[in-house]
Design a protein around this ligand. Sequence first.
Ligand code: PLP
Ligand SMILES: N[C@@H](CCOP(=O)(O)O)C(=O)O
Length: 469
Amino acid sequence: MRYLSTRGGMPPKTFTEILLGGLAPDGGLTIPEFYPVIHTAELETWRTLDYPSLAFEILSRFIDDIPANDLRALITRTYTAEVFGSNEITPVQTLAPNLHLLHLSNGPTLAFKDMAMQFLGNLFEYVLAQKNEELNILGATSGDTGSSAEYAMRGKRGIRVFMLSPHGKMSAFQTAQMFSLQDENIFNLAIEGVFDDCQDIVKAVSNDQAFKQKYRIGAVNSINWARIAAQIIYYFKAYFAVTRSSQETVSFSVPSGNFGNIFAGHVARMMGLPIKQLILATNENDVLDEFFRTGLYRPRTTAETKQTSSPSMDISKASNFERFIFDLTGRDAARVKELWQAVDQGGSFDLSQTDLWEKIQDFGIVSGTSNHAARIATIRDIYKQFNTLIDTHTADGLKVGRALHTADTPLICLETALPVKFADSIQEAVGFTPERPAGYNDLEKLPQRFERMPADTEQVKQFIANQIA
Ligand SMILES: Cc1ncc(COP(=O)(O)O)c(C=O)c1O
Ligand SMILES: N[C@@H](CCOP(=O)(O)O)C(=O)O
């Protein structure tokens, strides 16, 4: 499998090249030259596979420059009951007929990011050792990617992590999870801005090719294709959990911010998984919902981006949306480049009067928005009806999913974090705070180590250069 850039300016590269490279050199996102298609008969043979075996079947379609035995060993070492709490790895809980919850947050940092990030940690370590190279990871987080990446990379030889987060905008638990890490290879930078400012800095640094080469800058955000690839697996696993034959269709509801999780679902669908609806749920930062309802893509400014009680989705400029538009245009890189010229200059685009707007129906994506009152009511309702506590992001997904899904199809709602990370909202919804998993009791009391910085690319570069020196 070779990889291209959504903006057309990258010669085809191998998986390990794009794994270490992160953002494409022309500022676009890397994407496989085609999606491998799994026909119904083959899909049926995957039905009884355990998680690591299924992961190997899927990942080996995208990763063909690591020997199969080594890839299998990396996968088997990653997806264990010790790391993810059960042999199922991503258990499905049936709440009611045709309403299911896909548990993705039983990894070490209690959010779905661990599903891919634990694999990335092992993958980076393996590839860097093979190439005898080092990597300095530069990432942006709104709360969960940061701790997931840091836990996956802490203590790993040849890897440093520089993680940018929006100062004062994550939950107390999320902040403490990251900032309490004292490992020498982990650096937390609290940026005075929102997540989009952090992500813009990551992209600006990655677009400085000289700096990127000199300091060996890599990515762990979902701009890294490996993240998307590893997130495809659980769509297949969940499909098999709620169906009996591969003729049946299902729908997924996905709380969305950077459009990575739902994009993995889109790829699963392009690979042939019978998905009827991919239901996209936003919080009050509703840029993506606006697009899927009207055709207008208008990323918001820092000042317009709202701080909400589902803070990990406080995102107004979704990276992976560019990958989706690449597919929507029939993989027309020139058109994507033109559209993103406007976006990169702070502008917008409107597809409603173009040939693309009709084609969008083919992709099965429908969308809706949630808000604080709705997520609190949903948390309360799910607890009362099903004795199950969900977090604020999952609540956004359930709220929109239940409103938009067609009743004839099973709906699988993706659980993206554990409620303990957002205890204040849980208290508001049900009158008590969730029990903490072992080892997390005094998290917020631990000493914290971080650097506060303005949203300034040059200062971030200087910090990285100083640490490496
Ligand atoms: C808990 C949680 N839910 C949902 C999302 C949104 O996922 P995505 O950015 O892949 O759309 C995030 C962050 O990305 C998250 O941390
Ligand atoms: N919600 C994320 C933001 C980054 O998303 P990613 O999937 O691109 O890493 C977070 O919690 O940090």
